[in-house]
Design a protein around this ligand. Sequence first.
Ligand code: NCD
Length: 363
Amino acid sequence: MRHLIEPTDLSTAELEEIINLALDIIDNRSKYSDICKGKKLATLFYEPSTRTRLSFTSAMMELGGNVIGFSDAMSSSVSKGETVADTTKVINCFADIIAMRHHVEGAPLVSALNSRTPVINAGDGSHAHPTQTLTDLLTIRREIGRFDNLTIGFCGDLKFGRTVHSLIKALSRFEGIKVVLIAPEELRLPSYMKEEVCDRYGIDYREVSSLEEAIGDLDVLYMTRVQKERFLSEEDYDRVKDCFVLDAEKLKGAKPTMRVLHPLPRGNEISVDVDADPRAAYFRQVENGKFVRMALILKLLEWADRPERDLDPARDTVADTGMRCSNRKCISNTEPHAVKPLFKATADGKGMRCAYCEHRAEK
Ligand code: NCD
């Protein structure tokens, strides 16, 4: 069975396959309008969403399939204490493919490990958001025309922003990528991302403290919202909420070919006077999300019947009950009775990281 839990679950060739299929769907909409007739997608959303859930729903509807699911976990058996594994086994009886969003990190991996159908991670806590990454890549392909030799600035909440983590991971597959990290001290990219992704795959990155000093070098500026819901206190959030704002004045320093991306929703980090600029690609990006999710659903359903495409979601992991994950928002800590701790060796081979959320393991 194939799932999409992390962007690196797809090889470079598979990423290209999905992007190319999305481009074909854009050009030949009617060819695909019946292709998922009789198939059902289950959208299991334990955390708020507008774009992601509705774009999955409209993607499946445009393929001629049906959609079931929930957008409020409290209206499901979760409110009675059902585990992610049990919910998955139940949904397997009703649907051909699952898209899951969860505030608990690692929940989609637990679902995949217990599922007879493909599972797609539609965002887990601060960890990963691989379908937003596919959306971002399709947007970069359509707006800029290439994935290699790009300088990409990530601005805002690089600590909690799961879309940033996933896009940097996917970019590690391409040549000549330079990353500029623009964030206040408190919201810098987590160390596991720097060590396990940037250092491991040789991504050239630098950290800067203002948008102005970087904007002129960029091919893509990836703006992000400060993730209020992930802060422990209101005061911590208030200190950083207005850290970097892109406005028409700052955009004057950018190349005419640069593109501004944002996964949305925005707070005030992009002023509305930027919206009319042709470089503002964030609303076009939303529509790309629907097309790329159509392509992903098609590919995962196709691969589900092809054993040569199988990839064990627990590959490279070791089970060790003598250790635990240091992240209290990880499913191995929130459902300790149901989830077996699993770890992966760190890039330097000296330590272990949790396989569900990538935080450090502790004794
Ligand atoms: C993002 C998310 O949920 O991580 N939104 C999205 O899926 N388009 C970004 C965010 O919430 O800031």
